[in-house]
Design a protein around this ligand. Structure first.
Ligand code: NAD
Ligand code: WQD
Length: 346
């Protein structure tokens, strides 16, 4: 065993996939999750894939005393990956204080507890949302692209979180940190044992698309085909969730093995490939043979026209590259939707 890693939000979409990848290379995982956006069965399903049951503590990361007790119970935690947060952009506009509390207080609690429990490294889930709509000259975006004013309270919490981490590391705390800025994670584990579990009507493209293909939704609305892009629909960098999960393992190893030069580093996690909404629908139909009824509707307020990553820094410095094709990734999303039906969840 290489040591213990605490994964907050480990029952969630990206956290569950990351847990499997950490276990695969010999880390012992302790999951802390309040199950506010996930189900307890995820722990069983992680075990089905890896053959190892992660420790699970149903704890709210807002509760500092309960988190402290987790560190004491599972002594020797070497690293933390902090996924636990609320992530629905629309909901954050309606309930900003919920987002400011849930996406900031747990971070402060964890950063305060880390030196007390001698934790060596901290990985933080940030988002390409911090770049807003980059100027054309800054596309694809590198880590040095300007951080633009956030367009939602959710986006603002990620910017504030990044600043909190920067100031904390600047104050010479005895640990290192890596901030990972994800582009658009999609897909599911190839076993279809774990995947994304959207709450209510999905706001994100791929869960809405797979639910439409399944007949749960009548048709997919494509928000706008009059953008200044080759086919008029928006462009994103859709990254396979297992590829994304693997980058977290590399980030943890980098900190624990003292490979990082700086105490704080930032990496874009994307494929470097911009795919339009219409191209994604075509790729889904091609790889699954399932038709997706869709219609073009008005633009969605607040949408960014186009953004994709320049992942060269992560490729070269982390030695990590996203390898999965968009077709295989969309096939995995479809297999997961079929599994949700088999499990009578959706
Ligand atoms: P998710 O909702 O599937 O997972 C988050 C998990 O955290 C859930 O299991 C939830 O129950 C748990 N949680 C939330 N608040 C908690 C709290 N106070 N205490 C304990 N557990 C709590 O979301 P995800 O897609 O896996 O996202 C993980 C992280 O990545 C989040 O920080 C999110 O903002 C960030 N991120 C996600 C995306 C994306 O498109 N999915 C993109 C960029 C960044
Ligand atoms: C992708 C594209 C839509 C749904 C959001 C957050 C971001 C990050 C990822 C966490 C857009 C179009 C969508 C639909 C559509 N999350 N679309 N019909 O907006 O890039 O990013 O999730 O950090 O912060 O803002 O992702 O999946 O919602 O949309 O046409 O029913 O699909 O207009 O162009 P987005 P998304």
């Amino acid at each position: 065993m290489k040591g213990k890693i605490l994964v907050t939000g480990g029952a969630g979409y990206i956290g569950s996939h990351t847990t499997v990848e950490l276990q695969a290379v010999g880390y012992e995982v302790v999951i802390v999750d309040n199950l506010s956006n996930s189900r307890a069965e995820v722990i069983d399903n992680i075990e089905k894939i890896s053959g190892i049951r992660p420790a699970f503590e149903q704890v709210d990361c807002n509760d500092k005393a309960a988190l402290d007790a987790v560190f004491k119970k599972h002594s020797g935690i070497r690293g933390i990956i902090h996924f636990a947060a609320s992530k629905a952009v629309g909901e954050s506009v309606e309930k900003p204080l919920l987002y400011y509390r849930n996406n900031i207080v747990p971070l402060v609690n964890i950063l305060e507890l880390m030196p007390i429990h001698k934790v060596e490294g901290f990985v933080f889930s940030s988002s390409c949302t911090v770049y807003g709509q980059p100027d054309a000259k800054n596309l694809p975006v590198t880590e040095t692209a300007p951080i633009l004013p956030a367009t939602s309270p959710y986006g603002n919490t990620k910017q504030i979180d990044e600043e909190i981490i920067r100031d904390t590391i600047h104050a010479s705390v005895p640990f290192k940190s890596i901030i990972l800025r994800y582009f658009n994670p999609i897909g599911a584990h190839p076993t279809a044992e774990i995947g994304e579990l959207p709450n209510g009507v999905p706001q994100n493209l791929v869960p809405f698309l797979t639910q439409t293909a399944m007949g749960i939704r009548k048709e997919l609305s494509v928000f706008g085909n009059d953008y200044s892009t080759p086919d008029g629909s928006c462009i994103r960098d859709f990254i396979n969730v297992v590829d994304l999960a693997k980058a977290h393992v590399v980030a943890v190893e980098r900190m624990l093995n003292n490979k990082s030069k700086a105490n704080l580093e930032y990496f874009n996690l994307g494929t470097g490939r911009g795919v339009s909404v219409l191209e994604l629908i075509n790729a889904f139909e091609k790889s699954t043979g399932v038709k997706v009824p869709y219609k073009i509707v008005a633009r969605r307020e607040g949408d960014i026209e186009q953004i994709w990553a320049n992942p060269r820094y992560a490729n070269e410095v982390l030695g990590w590259t996203a390898v999965e094709t968009i077709e295989d990734t969309l096939k995995s999303a479809w297999d997961w939707q079929l599994k949700l039906r088999e499990r009578k969840i959706m």
